[in-house]
Design a protein around this ligand. Structure first.
Ligand code: ZN
Length: 134
């Protein structure tokens, strides 16, 4: 992945190296649910399927998980993330919610997904638990 000097796909305005890259490489852990949310969006954009697997709560991973995520990430081009709202999910919380709109292009069409994602800590690390589509 040679995008280190480019802007991070999560839309923070920072270079990828200074933003989500340390989470993807495992050098740093997301401290908040929002950081995890952003790093997962950029993982979708960069098709980092292992990271998406690792940061999904173990109760929510099934056998087909990697295959499904790979298929979904390959069909869509993720273009922009907009965080609308968050509840808890701070460094000392155990649960958190992040409401967002993910913009993507699929089969030549601009699409968006509006979701409220739930995050939980598991063994001290933030994990994506599930989401409600708005
Ligand atoms: Zn980022």
């Amino acid at each position: 992945m040679l995008i280190n000097k480019e802007l991070c796909p999560c839309g923070s305005g920072d270079q990828y190296t200074d933003c989500c890259a340390p989470f993807h490489s495992g050098k740093e852990l997301a401290k908040t649910a929002e950081q995890l949310m952003r790093s997962r969006f950029s993982a979708y954009a960069l098709k980092q399927v292992d990271y998406l697997y690792e940061t999904t709560h173990p109760d929510k991973r099934d056998d087909d998980f990697k295959r499904e995520i790979t298929a979904w990430a390959n069909r869509a081009e993720f273009t922009r993330l907009e965080i609308l709202n968050k509840r808890q999910g701070r460094s000392l919380d155990k649960v958190g919610k992040v409401e967002f709109i993910a913009y993507y292009r699929q089969f030549g069409e601009e699409k968006q997904m509006h979701e409220i994602s739930r995050f939980k800590r598991f063994k001290g690390k933030w994990h994506y638990f599930d989401g409600e589509v708005e």
